[in-house]
Design a protein around this ligand. Structure first.
Ligand code: CO
Length: 216
């Protein structure tokens, strides 16, 4: 059997199982979504948010890209962020990286990867800025995994620096932003950082929400 057919067959079994457990399961699913979480993670197939957290359909609004970056000119991510924060009213944003990330590994090397290099450039910049700390580690794996953590911390900051998050903090005192790292070796999530609404924001990145003429 061709591999893709397995997915379609498994889907039939999944739908039947859901109906068996709860006859109106899909009626309720079709009514709408009210997820409490926005997950921004790596595209890596080994880090599927719903599976590793035992969540179900309807619980996690999701955006994934290579190496879980929050880039201020990425309309795709910004649209997901705006929809999740302003329309769905998520209470938590989880920015999740993972040890052994191929994107971070590539960013530390010199291979010519075309478009990927442009995307990964953001991580190269982080490596340059934090090199004195990262290079204290004695193996490539340890250096890479420290950069994975630094990348998560940086992307959490990038979220805080958006007018979308700052506007929601100002109006609704939500969402809380979490930085997590997933270990492929243990299957466990590490809770690296939590930023609550109202946390200090460097004045360079802070927007003035008292100005009635301000635009978002
Ligand atoms: Co990755």
């Amino acid at each position: 059997m061709e591999s893709y057919k397995r997915l379609l067959m498994a889907n039939k079994a999944w739908a039947a199982e859901k109906l068996e457990l709860q006859a109106d399961y899909f009626d309720r699913l079709a009514e709408g979504q009210d997820p409490e979480f926005l997950w921004i993670g790596c595209s890596d197939s080994r880090v599927p948010p719903v599976d590793i957290t035992h969540a179900g359909p309807g619980e996690i609004f999701e955006h994934r890209n290579i190496a879980n970056l929050v880039v201020h000119t990425d309309f795709n991510l910004l649209s997901v962020l705006q929809y999740a924060v302003e329309y769905l009213g998520v209470r938590h944003i989880i920015l999740c990286g993972h040890y052994g990330c191929g994107g971070v590994t590539a960013a530390m090397g010199s291979a010519r990867l075309g478009l990927l290099n442009k995307w990964l450039r953001h991580i190269k910049d982080l490596y340059r800025v934090h090199r004195s700390e990262i290079d204290l580690y004695d193996t490539f794996e340890k250096r890479r995994d420290r950069l994975v953590e630094i990348n998560v911390l940086e992307q959490v900051q990038n979220l805080v620096e958006t007018s979308i998050v700052q506007g929601a903090w100002h109006k609704h005192q939500r969402p809380t932003i979490h930085g997590w790292v997933f270990s492929l070796e243990t299957g466990l999530l590490k809770d690296l950082v939590r930023v609550e609404p109202g946390a200090h924001i460097d004045p360079v990145y802070r927007y003035d929400f008292d100005d009635p003429n301000g635009k978002d």
